[in-house]
Design a protein. Structure first.
Length: 549
C-alpha cells in the first residue's frame, strides 16, 4: 500500500536525525540483555511549533512555486532555542516552506523548557515572491504542540483595507544621492511619500543605492479586520520605548504603512543621510482612542513606531499629531530610515500564560484536533490575533502572552476539524472579561456522528535486519488532506502512533511529512479503521550509524 511508503519515509527521516543527535555523542544503542526486545522511543523534542503561512486575500496556504521559493528566518531573544523537529540546528536559522508549512522544535533543556514563568520567545521573518515581507512574534509558555498562523499580503491582489502603490524608476541616484525629487501617491490617496533631491540612501550594510529607484508603499486601514489580520508582529508586541525600556502590552492602532525603496541591483534602502522622507498617512475618523475613550479627533497625539524586522521589536520614534486637511484626518511625519511605520497607542500589560480553555465533547473522542479562534477587543471591536489551540478532549489548553484586564470576544472556527463543531447551546462568540488568570473557560463542542466519518489509527514500527530484536517508535508532525478538497488536517504521531478523526470512508487522502524543505507523502484510500505497519526495514547504512555496527 502507498501509505507504507509514506510511513517508511517518515521513519527514515527520524532515524537520520537520531544519528545526528545520538551518534554525535559517541554513544550507540546496545541490547541490555540478550533475547529481550529493545524498544526505542524516539521522542527527544518535547515542544514544537507548526508554522502555517497563508495568503490573506485567498485565505489559503501558500502553494506552488510561491511556497517553494518562500522561506522563514528565525531571530530574536531565544533564537538559540530553535532547532528543526529532529533536534538538528537549522543552518543560518533559515527554513524553507512546503505547501505553506514548516515545523520548528525547541531544544529539550531546562533553560528553554516553556512554562508560565519561563516563556520562550523568538521572531519569524517570512518572505515570499510577490508578497510583502512580514514578521510574527512567537511566544510559547507550555510544553507540547503549538501552532502559529502567519498572514501575508499579495502585492498584486491585496485584501480589503490594504492599498498598494508601486512605481519603478520613480527617480534615480548616483552613489546614493537622489538626483531629482519624486512623489508616490496611493490610488485612494490613503498615503503618500515625498523624496527630496540630494538625500543619500544606503542599505543596511552601508552600501549606497545607484541607478533607477523603485518604490513600494502599502497602507493598512486599522478599522478593517482583513488589514489588521496582516499586522506585522501582531497587536500584542514587545516594544522599545523612547526611554530605552523594553515593555510588553497591546497596540490600539491608528493605521500603519510599509515602505520599500530599492535600486536595480536589489539593494534595499534602510538609512538616509542629508535629509528625510516625508510620509503622509490618512487615518479613519472611526479610530478608537483608548486615552479619551472616544473616536480620534484633530489634535490627538499618537506615538509613532518603527519595526525592527530582525527581532520583531517595535521602536518608539516620537509622536504624530492628527491633523484635519481638506476634510480628512491625517498624520504628517519625517522619516530618517525605512521600516514598517505604525501609529499606535500602547497600553496595558501581558501575562505569559492565559487562562486555560477546557473543551468538552458530547461523546468521547480519541486523538487531538485543532481549534481556531479569532480574538477581538470588546471596547472597539478591533481584531487582535488568531489563536490556534491543539486540543486533547477534557484536558486544559492554554493561550500564551495575552493582554491583562482587556475584555475580549472570540469567534471559534473548526474548519480544520470537519468532524466537530460548536455545540448548538454554546454561544458564539465567547465573551471573556480577562484572558489572564486561573479560572478555566469552558467550551462545549459537538461531535458529528455521520456514519461516513471514521477515525483512523496509524501504527508504525521500524527495525534493522542486523538487530531484529530492536523496534523503533518514531515521533513526528504530519498532515493529511482529502484529495477531493477540504482543509489540511494536522496529525501528531507519538511513539509510532497517530489518531486521525473525521476521515470519510472510501475517500482518498494525501498524507505527508515535511523535513529539511522536502515533502514526503503518499495517497491513502480509506478502507479500514486501523493500519498496523510493523515490518519496515531501515537501510543498512542508517542501521550502521544507529547501532554502531
Amino acid at each position: 500500500m502507498k501509505i507504507k511508503r509514506y510511513l517508511f519515509l517518515a521513519g527514515f527521516l527520524m532515524l537520520s536525525a537520531l544519528t545526528v543527535i545520538i551518534v554525535s555523542a559517541c554513544k550507540k544503542y546496545t541490547h541490555p540483555l540478550e533475547n529481550l526486545q529493545l524498544i526505542i522511543d524516539y521522542n527527544i523534542i518535547k515542544t514544537t511549533a507548526d508554522i502555517h503561512v497563508y495568503d490573506i486575500s485567498t485565505g489559503q496556504l501558500l502553494s506552488g512555486t510561491v511556497s517553494t521559493d518562500a522561506f522563514v528566518v528565525i531571530s530574536g531573544r531565544d533564537e538559540a532555542a530553535v532547532v528543526d523537529p529532529m533536534g538538528v540546528k537549522i543552518p543560518n536559522n533559515r527554513l524553507k516552506l512546503v505547501k505553506g508549512l514548516t515545523t520548528l522544535g525547541l531544544i529539550p533543556s531546562a533553560a528553554y523548557s516553556p512554562s508560565a514563568t519561563n516563556m520562550v520567545s523568538f521572531n519569524l521573518v517570512v518572505s515570499a515572491p510577490g508578497y510583502l515581507t512580514t514578521t510574527q512574534q512567537v511566544n510559547i509558555s507550555s510544553v507540547g504542540k503549538n501552532f502559529v498562523r502567519v498572514n501575508m499580503v499579495p502585492l498584486s491582489s491585496p485584501p480589503s483595507g490594504v492599498t498598494v502603490g508601486q512605481q519603478s524608476g520613480i527617480t534615480s541616484a548616483q552613489n546614493g544621492t537622489v538626483t531629482q525629487p519624486a512623489q508616490l501617491v496611493l490610488p485612494d490617496e490613503k498615503a503618500s511619500i515625498s523624496i527630496p533631491t540630494g538625500i543619500i540612501m544606503k542599505d543596511n550594510q552601508g552600501n549606497p543605492l545607484s541607478g533607477d529607484i523603485n518604490v513600494t508603499v502599502v497602507h493598512f486601514d486599522n478599522t478593517d479586520p482583513a488589514a489588521m489580520q496582516s499586522f506585522p508582529g501582531g497587536l500584542t508586541p514587545t516594544v522599545e520605548r523612547s526611554s530605552g525600556n523594553t515593555e510588553s502590552g497591546m497596540f490600539y492602532s491608528a493605521g500603519f504603512v510599509a515602505i520599500e525603496i530599492t535600486d536595480g541591483q536589489g539593494r534595499r534602502a534602510s538609512n538616509f543621510e542629508n535629509g528625510t522622507i516625508q510620509l503622509v498617512s490618512q487615518v479613519s475618523p472611526e479610530t478608537y482612542n483608548p486615552i479619551t475613550q472616544t473616536n480620534i479627533a484633530a489634535g490627538d497625539q499618537v506615538p509613532l513606531w518603527s519595526l525592527n524586522e530582525n527581532n520583531g521589536v517595535w521602536k518608539e520614534e516620537g509622536v504624530a499629531t492628527a491633523q484635519m486637511v481638506d476634510g480628512s484626518l491625517q498624520f504628517d511625519v519625517q522619516l530618517s530610515h525605512l521600516s514598517y511605520y505604525n501609529f499606535d497607542w500602547f497600553v496595558g500589560t501581558m501575562c505569559n500564560q492565559g487562562r486555560p480553555f477546557l473543551f468538552t465533547t458530547n461523546v468521547p473522542i480519541n486523538g487531538s484536533f485543532l481549534m481556531k479562534g479569532h480574538v477581538y477587543r470588546q471596547d472597539d471591536n478591533t481584531f487582535i490575533n488568531t489563536i490556534l489551540l491543539w486540543v486533547k478532549a477534557n484536558e486544559p489548553v492554554f493561550t500564551t502572552f495575552v493582554p491583562q484586564g482587556i475584555p475580549v470576544k472570540i469567534f471559534w472556527d473548526t474548519e480544520n476539524s470537519p468532524f466537530i463543531s460548536l455545540s448548538p447551546t454554546e454561544p458564539q462568540p465567547t465573551y471573556i472579561d480577562d484572558l489572564c488568570g486561573n479560572t478555566p473557560i469552558p467550551i462545549q463542542l459537538f461531535v458529528n456522528n455521520n456514519q461516513d466519518l471514521t477515525t483512523i489509527t496509524l501504527s508504525l514500527s521500524l527495525f534493522c535486519a542486523s538487530q531484529p530484536d530492536a523496534v523503533i517508535k518514531p515521533t513526528y508532525s504530519a498532515y493529511c488532506q482529502n484529495v477531493g478538497g477540504g482543509p489540511v488536517i494536522p496529525i501528531e504521531m507519538v511513539a509510532g502512533e497517530a489518531t486521525i478523526n473525521g476521515i470519510r470512508l472510501g475517500d482518498t487522502y494525501y498524507v505527508w511529512v515535511i523535513y529539511d524543505g522536502q515533502e514526503y507523502g503518499a495517497e491513502v484510500v480509506v478502507s479500514q479503521n486501523a493500519y498496523s505497519l510493523i515490518d519496515f526495514e531501515i537501510p543498512a547504512d542508517v542501521c550502521s550509524e544507529v547501532f554502531g555496527l
